[in-house]
Design a protein around this ligand. Structure first.
Ligand code: AGP
Length: 614
């Protein structure tokens, strides 16, 4: 989704921090970029379709270094088109009040048409098709002298979601920001203030941050931050310390963030697990859940909501909770859930999975579950994210920032966290201490098991080389490995642009097998767990149709290795851990297929890192 950066200083020119901030947000996915700068001469706007580098080149031509010093306040934006084509006219910032006011916006103004009509009746002329420009003119219309009040008056008339930053030459040295449903973070530097839609654009300047909440409106000057509610009452928000540094969001010698984050998984899993296994009790310690054993024992049903990769992790969770805790568990696609008038209530535990903690449909599913009186928890990676805060309780993944659009370490961390939750829930029921102990010991081995898969990176790259030309692929798995098949297919789709379908292995002969030929590789998840022999049967059916089969097989399993065309070998692991070791092999497979196809791996076309629109 779009990215916002704001910068306020008395001495530091704003252009550099604004453009470098946008560069740190590029991975979020966008198609145009722009900046607005304020000085005594008024507001200057530079924007265009294309990459941040094109904007930087435009600025180099249009704004010589000598001139930049006078602009120490500014706002900037990368736009992922929702209303209107990705053109320069539709790029942000948008201006109003004869060019005196500039505004950038993330989110969607649902009632923009009605507001636009009202403004046009008052003689306002629009230059773009966007809902954002409506907001800029609305703020200008309410500006009676106090900029923050003008923004509050305008936003009270808005339906929809927003994260905004605005400046006006009528209010020199002042920036006003506001959020509702689209994140905004304020970085409190020594002498400068940085605002951004994601903390990764701030940590280069400061790790002291304020996470704004929905309904907050803040006036920012280099001297200070003044936060109000929408009805203009003062609000206080605590300053928090970001628990990672700029190095965590740089490539560290890897060609792509995706590869770096795949290789970070042993450390990320160690961080997810650290301090959360209780060998004495053969259970897990997850104090963030804020639930007593009695409350856990009273849970009658689990609903896991998420999107994309998070949904796939939730589908693995079904097998974990049902096998370890005997609790009926239904994974739900968050958008389907939220609009289905879901049947949930006080006996149900709704667990929201979201790496970013900002996915609009997952957030809406959390809010709907709360409205219906269910117990709600969240598993998020981004501390202070909206879903984490609104759920009020849950488990942070501590996997470190995930920059690549393709989610990798978040998936394995989510499954590990769900596994620890299932262990804890199981121990409030029939799971014995001994069985809990054994599982805890297995979970503790996860970093080592994933390292063993990573050690086979070159082998996996070699297999990828043989199939990088395929236009269609199938991924098949049974039981707990079926969601792993879906995740493998999603990775290949989103980074290599190969049409890949994940299927339950048994389902293939109910139709999809009609599509098999020697040009449709089938990736079969064949880890040595119960049910493997049935999937081996499906492999034979595929090979009988000349389809090459790439098997994810357990080390030493000669029968499985000889049944497939090519093997991706993973270490022996218990059934509960098999999705993690299998998916890591598929992450590497997808990465190498994408690399060999020359794809833009960290910024896949049309995709965004956090889908904050519905
Ligand atoms: C996964 O690789 C994709 N980037 C996407 O499916 C993602 O998992 C989905 O948008 C959910 O994001 P979240 O975990 O931040 O809620």
């Amino acid at each position: 989704m779009c990215g916002i950066v704001g910068f306020a200083s008395r001495t530091t020119p704003a252009v550099g921090p604004l453009v470098s901030g946008l560069s740190r947000l590029e991975y979020r996915g966008y198609d145009s970029a722009g900046v607005a700068l304020e000085s005594a001469d008024g507001i200057k706007v530079y924007k265009q379709a294309g990459k941040v580098s094109a904007l930087d080149a435009l600025l180099a031509r249009a704004l010589p270094e000598a001139e930049r010093a006078k602009y120490t306040l500014g706002i900037a934006h990368t736009r992922w088109a929702t209303h209107g084509l990705p053109t320069t006219a539709n790029a942000h910032p948008h201006v109003a009040d004869g060019g005196r006011l500039a505004l950038v916006h993330n989110g969607i103004i649902e009632n923009h048409a009605a507001l636009r009509a009202g403004l046009e009746k008052r003689g306002v002329k629009f230059l773009s098709q966007t809902d954002t420009e409506v907001l800029a003119h609305l703020v200008a219309a309410f500006d009676k002298g106090d900029f923050l009040s003008a923004v509050c008056d305008a936003l009270r008339r808005v339906d929809g979601t927003y994260g905004i930053a605005a400046i006006s030459s009528r209010h020199p040295g002042e920036m006003v920001v506001a959020r509702k449903g689209s994140p905004l973070v304020i970085g409190v530097g020594e002498k400068d203030v940085v605002v951004a839609s994601d903390v990764s654009a701030i940590v280069a300047y400061t790790r002291q941050v304020i996470y704004l909440k929905d309904g907050d409106v803040a006036r920012i000057t280099p001297e200070g931050i003044d936060i109000h509610s929408l009805d203009n009452a003062p609000v206080s928000r605590e300053v928090q310390e970001v628990d990672w540094d700029i190095g965590a969001i740089e490539k560290g010698g890897y060609e792509h963030f995706m590869l770096k984050e795949i290789f970070e998984q042993p450390d990320a899993l160690a961080n997810t697990i650290r301090g959360r296994l209780d060998p004495a009790g053969g259970t897990a310690i997850l104090s963030g859940l804020g639930l007593s054993p009695r409350e856990l024992a009273a849970v009658r049903r689990l609903v896991i909501v998420g999107c994309g990769t998070s949904l796939h992790a939730g589908m693995v969770g079904k097998y974990l909770f049902e096998s370890l805790a005997d609790v009926p568990t239904s994974p739900e696609q968050a958008a389907e859930f939220r609009y289905s008038n879901p049947i949930v209530g006080p006996d149900d535990w709704v667990v929201a999975l979201s790496q970013s903690g900002e996915t609009a449909d997952t957030l809406a599913a959390v809010r709907e579950s709360i409205r219906k009186g269910a117990l709600v928890s969240a598993l998020c990676n981004v501390v202070g994210s909206t879903i984490a805060r609104e759920a009020g309780r849950g488990v942070y993944l501590h996997a470190g920032p995930e920059v690549s659009v393709a989610s990798t370490k978040a998936f394995t961390a989510q499954v590990a966290a769900l596994l620890m939750m299932a262990l804890k829930l199981g121990r409030t029921r029939r799971l014995s201490r001994e069985a809990g102990d054994r599982l805890a010991a297995e979970i503790a081995r996860l970093p080592e098991l994933v390292s063993a898969v990573l050690a086979r990176n070159d082998e996996i790259a070699g297999v990828a080389e043989r199939y990088a030309g395929a236009d269609d692929m199938f991924f098949i798995g049974r039981g707990i490995l079926y969601p792993a098949a879906l995740e493998g297919a999603l990775k290949v789709k989103e980074v290599a642009y190969v049409h890949a379908e994940g299927y339950q292995a048994a389902e293939l002969k109910h139709g999809p097998i009609a599509l098999l030929s020697d040009k449709t590789p089938v990736v079969a998840l064949l880890a040595d767990i119960p049910g493997q022999e049935k999937t081996l049967g499906n492999v034979q059916e595929c090979r009988a149709r000349m389809a090459p089969v790439i098997g994810v097989v357990t080390e030493g399993d000669g029968a499985a290795a000889s049944a497939v065309t090519d093997a991706l070998v993973v270490p022996r692991a218990g059934v509960e851990l098999s999705p993690i070791v299998s998916v890591v092999a598929l992450q590497l497979f997808a990465y190498h297929v994408a690399r060999l196809r020359g794809c833009e791996i960290d910024q896949p076309r049309n995709l965004a890192k956090s889908v904050t629109v519905e």
